[in-house]
Ligand binder design. Structure first.
Ligand code: CMP
Length: 136
């Protein structure tokens, strides 16, 4: 069993897609074991995305991730990190395969509806970020 972090981003919460995204995650056989609904400040978004600091899209990304409600959640399942990455599709929705969350629901590279951890190591860190009391 493995755990990963997925965040439903402001473009998706705004368009009432929380249920649709959760439905796809559960239908794929994964279990949601913790979730929150929150709005974060820009400085919290900057801290979460610190690995992208200095990249041309960093400021826009952090403004966007503090522009509306987000739903971070802990997901558990066999090979959850790779499995959830597959389910959400490529970062740029224009390049994502049909049937993936981003291909079907996302708006643009920034408004790409969801984030998910890209490695088991990052999953542990990212889960701790939004769920400090969650066991790894
Ligand atoms: P996410 O998986 O949340 O990780 C970083 C985010 O930065 C990414 O999804 C995109 O929404 C956003 N982003 C904006 N521009 C780019 C870019 N050129 N390359 C990668 N990510 C980008």
């Amino acid at each position: 069993m493995e755990r990963t972090l997925l965040i439903i981003k402001p473009d998706a919460t705004e368009r009432n897609l929380i249920g649709e995204i959760i439905r796809r995650i559960e239908l794929a056989g994964f279990r949601i074991i913790n979730l929150r609904y929150l709005r974060q400040t820009k400085s919290v978004a900057e801290e979460f995305y610190a690995v992208h600091k200095g990249k041309p899209f960093y400021d826009e990304l952090c403004n966007y991730m503090s522009s509306g409600a987000i739903v971070p959640m802990v997901i558990e399942g066999e090979h959850a990190v790779a499995g959830i990455r597959e389910l959400i599709g490529k970062t740029n929705p224009a390049e994502a395969h049909p049937g993936t969350i981003r291909a079907d629901l996302a708006v643009s590279l920034t408004k790409n509806s969801v984030h998910a951890s890209d490695s088991p190591e990052n999953a542990v860190k990212e889960i701790k970020f939004y769920f400090p009391r969650e066991e790894a």
